[in-house]
Write a protein that binds this ligand. Structure first.
Ligand code: PLP
Length: 246
């Protein structure tokens, strides 16, 4: 049996970290019952939240971790599954056979690109920029949108943040799903030169909206300010557009 989770939930919830102590408790339960702890760090891993693995901030040690996007810096298609020596040995000393192939499994060019990405990430101390700029990013988001009537929550870590979009900030009442607020913001922001990741159904699969922001690790202060300005303008334009238009 296994417990699978994203340490910071990405696309589906919008950069939501777990509450303090949650993963520690989960690990204890898993250890107690012999359940594998599998973490999906496809989106939040490889430095996105300020540490190479997002789970490091939870002070836990999973059995298996899945990584992808940031491993190729978002450009080189590559994914990887990392496991503990114990699991590796169980397969090696068991059947010795792991039938889980794809046409391009273990592709040398993709692996070389990922290796180069890791070299830059670790040797050039890129994560320091993620942390320093991440701090400024959070501050800028809080300053600009913290009291906004239609922003219900701002959450995330490192350079990975989500804005929950609501009809009314105090009550957190979601927008009508026919308003398509998240998709509207995305379309308007794209025209203005900002890429963001919209998602709806955050509350119950139907209603609830958020947008996800995941700027490059090498972003600087001026670019953060530009991002915030573009997002603010896009949000205002989206709020002014009538219902059911996109
Ligand atoms: C958190 C998370 N896990 C898994 C996946 C799927 O990854 P892949 O396309 O490499 O199978 C995604 C894709 O967006 C993701 O965001």
């Amino acid at each position: 049996m296994a417990f699978v989770a994203e340490p910071v939930v990405g696309a589906t919830l919008g950069a939501v970290p777990a509450v303090d102590g949650y993963f520690k408790t989960i690990q204890e339960i898993c250890d107690h019952h012999g359940i594998l702890l599998i973490l999906d760090e496809v989106m939040c891993g490889m430095g996105r939240t300020g540490t190479l693995f997002a789970y490091e901030q939870e002070a836990i040690a999973p059995d298996i971790v899945c990584i992808a996007k940031g491993l190729g810096a978002g450009y080189q298609p590559i994914g990887a599954t990392i496991c503990t020596d114990k699991i590796y040995a169980a397969i090696k000393n068991g059947s010795g056979f792991f039938q889980h192939g794809h046409t391009y499994l273990g592709h040398p060019m993709a692996a070389a690109a990922a290796n180069a990405v890791l070299d830059v990430l670790l040797d050039d101390n890129i994560l320091e920029n993620v942390n320093v700029m991440g701090h400024q990013f959070k501050h800028a988001l809080d300053t600009k949108f913290g009291q906004h009537t239609h922003v219900g929550d701002i959450r995330g870590r490192g350079l990975f943040y989500g804005l929950e979009l609501v009809e009314e900030r105090e009550t957190k009442e979601p927008f009508s799903s026919s308003y398509y607020i998240a998709r509207k913001i995305k379309a308007i922001a794209k025209k203005r030169g900002l890429l963001c990741y919209p998602m709806s159904g955050t509350v119950d699969g139907k209603i609830g909206d958020h947008i996800l922001l995941a700027p490059p690790y090498i972003i600087n202060e001026a670019e953060i300010n530009e991002l915030i300005g573009l997002l603010a303008d896009s949000l205002e334009e989206a709020l002014q557009s009538p219902e059911e238009t996109l």
